[in-house]
Design a protein around this ligand. Sequence first.
Ligand SMILES: [Zn+2]
Length: 127
Amino acid sequence: MKHNSNREGYLNYPISIHKKRIFAQLRLQPDRISILSLYINRHKVIFNPNHYCSICNVKDNDDLFHVFCKCMIYQPLRLAYPTLKSHNVPNRRFFHEFFRRYDCQAIHEICDFIRYAMYLRSFCLNE
Ligand SMILES: [Zn+2]
């Protein structure tokens, strides 16, 4: 069996496999292409970056950058997590860096945020 010394640090963190799966999906999104779907607790969330976000009125693309950094609907939730406040990403070109700077606490916060945000999204979209 091959020993992989380049294994990402977060895989060894004492966090649940559910959060590792969510974080891996977020990290694996291509740098300049918005992710189209995300699986959270067996629920598939589909984004359509060619359309505007349908739960706010700012006319911004329906993608993860909008969810994590811009959408006003998620702002109260965003403020509850210091990691999200400190990860200041100016635009979509730098969004991949959002998931490159992490520690155990950051992963908990990012995963909790996206989980609650997607519950809120489902509620707003009546899914
Ligand atoms: Zn929005």
